[in-house]
Design a protein around this ligand. Structure first.
Ligand code: SF4
Length: 340
């Protein structure tokens, strides 16, 4: 029997699957490790980084184990690239309603799955969504975007805001650096998800490998919608690519400047002092959202100057999923209730 959660379409009758997270049981595909989580912690939504979803909010970050990609530079390789069977002793086991209760206790406005690929734990996440929906807690995720059409639809029902990693723009790049055959399903899924969810796109740039693709990627995203936020990450040499050089900041700055007329919202991450962490009004170019960045996953909202998600200078709409949320909006007081 074939698994249809992602485009690997593993034959589960032929030994272990690629991600090691599903098996066949009584004619159906079931999770081997349901309701097991590698982390649950509160973080700023900007650190994920979602820059255009519930700015300022507190997210509960969760993840499971296993992945359908083998990125040579994976920063979560210790959990995503291991055989999930070998890491079960460090996993937390929470029933879905307990996980949602934990998000409430931590005062989180939303839940974001961002350690590994959500498709490898989709049934568990659907169960979490059931209780999160009742508690009015929106859910977001980071995905490789390599899901099958039916799985993409299920993903879009669980998550209302989604970051898709577009790691390169050619089949050759995906074959050599990620371990899959083609970029095509990822491109199709960015398009499909952007029709039903809020989508942001992440692109890790590798010196002399995919840095020449920046312009093509910007053009592709703009062909779907010019207000899709695009996050370019300076690759941090990790996992199997520890020997790589850090990409040249000035060269990427120049390349991104030439993409500015294509996309409204471009960001450049992973180094201190980036000029590309604020949101500019696409019309008058005033800064409408100011952020503070420590360079690597330490981002936070500094100033939000787009009341009602409109530029305060020229009234142009700013693409935003939800509105600004105070960090303490859902913090439980000792006397009970939430701060306003
Ligand atoms: S989700 Fe896992 S088991 Fe299913 S097709 Fe993808 S890699 Fe294979």
């Amino acid at each position: 029997m074939k698994c249809a959660f992602c485009e690997h379409r593993c034959d589960l009758g032929k030994g272990k699957s690629f991600c090691g997270m599903y098996q066949e049981k009584n004619g159906t595909v079931v999770e081997i490790f349901p309701n097991r989580w590698s982390t649950y912690s509160a973080s700023r939504v900007e650190s994920v980084p979602f820059y255009h979803a519930y700015p300022g909010s507190r997210s509960m970050i969760i993840g499971s184990a296993g992945c359908n990609f083998r990125c040579r530079y994976c920063s979560n390789g210790f959990i995503a690239c291991q055989d999930p069977a070998n890491v079960q002793d460090v996993m937390y086991e929470f029933e879905p309603e307990d996980l949602v209760r934990m998000a409430q206790k931590l005062g989180c406005h939303n839940i974001v799955f961002n350690v590994n690929e959500p498709a490898v734990s989709l049934p568990s996440l659907e169960a979490v969504k059931h209780y999160a929906g009742k508690a009015m807690i929106p859910m977001g995720c980071l995905t490789n975007g390599y899901t099958t059409p039916e799985s993409t639809e299920r993903l879009a029902k669980v998550f209302s805001f989604i970051h898709v990693g577009l790691k390169g723009f050619t089949d050759r790049f995906y074959r050599e650096y990620v371990g899959i055959r083609s970029v095509e399903p990822v491109l199709k899924n960015i398009e499909a998800l952007s029709r039903s969810c809020h989508v942001e796109v992440a692109f890790p740039v590798i010196e002399d490998v995919n840095d020449h693709e920046l312009f093509d990627v910007a053009a592709f995203i703009a062909g779907i919608r010019e207000d899709i936020p695009w996050h370019v990450f300076r690759l941090l040499p990790e996992h199997d690519m520890k020997e790589s050089v850090y990409p040249n900041i000035e060269r990427i700055n120049q390349a991104l400047a030439s993409c500015r007329d294509k996309l409204h919202y471009i960001y450049f991450h992973n180094f201190v002092g980036s000029d590309w962490v604020n949101t500019l009004c696409p019309e008058c170019k005033q800064v409408v959202v100011k952020r503070f960045s420590l360079g690597c996953s330490g981002d936070r909202l500094d100033e939000f100057m787009a009341p009602e998600n409109r530029c305060s200078s020229c009234d142009t709409p700013i693409a935003m999923h939800g509105t600004k949320v105070s960090w303490n909006a859902r913090q439980i007081r000792s006397t009970g209730g939430a701060k306003t």
